[in-house]
Design a protein around this ligand. Sequence first.
Ligand SMILES: Nc1ncnc2c1ncn2[C@@H]1O[C@H](COP(=O)(O)OP(=O)(O)OP(=O)(O)O)[C@@H](O)[C@H]1O
Ligand SMILES: C[C@@](O)(CCO)CC(=O)[O-]
Ligand SMILES: [Mg+2]
Length: 335
Amino acid sequence: MTVSSAPGKVYLFGEHAVVYGEPAVPCAIERRATVTVEIRDDDHVRVEASDLSLDGFTVEYAGSTGGRPDVDVPAPLVEAAMGYIDAAVEQARDAAGAPDAGFDITVESSIPLGAGLGSSAAVTVAGIDAATRELGRKLSPRELADRAYRAEAAVQEGQASRADTFCSAVGGAVRVEGDDCRDIEAPNLPFVVGFDGGAGDTGELVAGVRALKEEYDFAADTVATIGDLVRTGERILDPVADAGAGDRLAELGRLMNFNHGLLESLGVSSRSLDSMVWAAREAGAHGAKLTGAGGGGCIVALDPTPETLTALQFTPGCEEAFRAELATDGVRRVE
Ligand SMILES: Nc1ncnc2c1ncn2[C@@H]1O[C@H](COP(=O)(O)OP(=O)(O)OP(=O)(O)O)[C@@H](O)[C@H]1O
Ligand SMILES: C[C@@](O)(CCO)CC(=O)[O-]
Ligand SMILES: [Mg+2]
């Protein structure tokens, strides 16, 4: 039996634009998906994913039902829910040269699904790592990130960047621009996350931005502007280049506010995301923005004081608020 965990992430800057080759800076956070894999002596795959709920359905795969989910939902919904695990299994089989390997898989996660904290990347990274090790092959963090990217891209029909999967595999703060993925040094950032209890469909939201960008030149310009903003943000993060600069958190926060406005104009915010962003700003956060694909889910704010956390806890539409520590480890081999 092998067990791996991998972290979720927040975007300091650059989601969506990163899909079109602009740079982005996601940061791994200490909320993890843990995947346990045990090889079987046949070629079946049995998945137990008790956190998985689809608009009110809870899907539980159990042995007693012969490996089929014991819920009455249409097959496409189950396939959509299981897509990342299936794709991770395919990548692991391919990496280990074992196309007929079967597994019993258990997924446990403290990352809300579809909420912008990279649950899909964490499950995919941890799943590929545990399954390849179960087959006797250890992937380097970069190989793992590459495999996980291919799995996410397959599920999201090509509409994925390397950002979420690279960040989850290597941990810390990273910078991704096209195929160029690197870890970067970042100061300790006081992230506060607000979660509206909802979810957005990453594939659909990415497709919406693509359509807007194709229809209007100014939407394409907005995407390019996000890239400019990220390059400005990087200079503030850089401990060498930025030596002697003024209040770094305040400057990063201003850019986060700007980034949220640009994402809003691309149509990926929502009323509850906007109201959490404003609650954070009014509480004195340096800045706040939605994180991930949007549509619903989470915002991230920068505030070293307890004020934003408290304000979010009393904001209508905010279901949960928590402080998110930077996860310095990416994938972790638990067993
Ligand atoms: N605990 C889990 N168990 C099984 N599958 C999971 C789990 N968490 C996430 N997934 C898979 O990931 C999908 C959600 O991925 P999606 O990319 O839409 O959102 P996200 O990764 O949480 O947010 P974002 O991509 O915006 O950061 C779920 O529908 C499911 O297929
Ligand atoms: C919206 C997006 O930029 C981030 C989702 O967490 C999609 C991607 O990068 O694959
Ligand atoms: Mg995702």
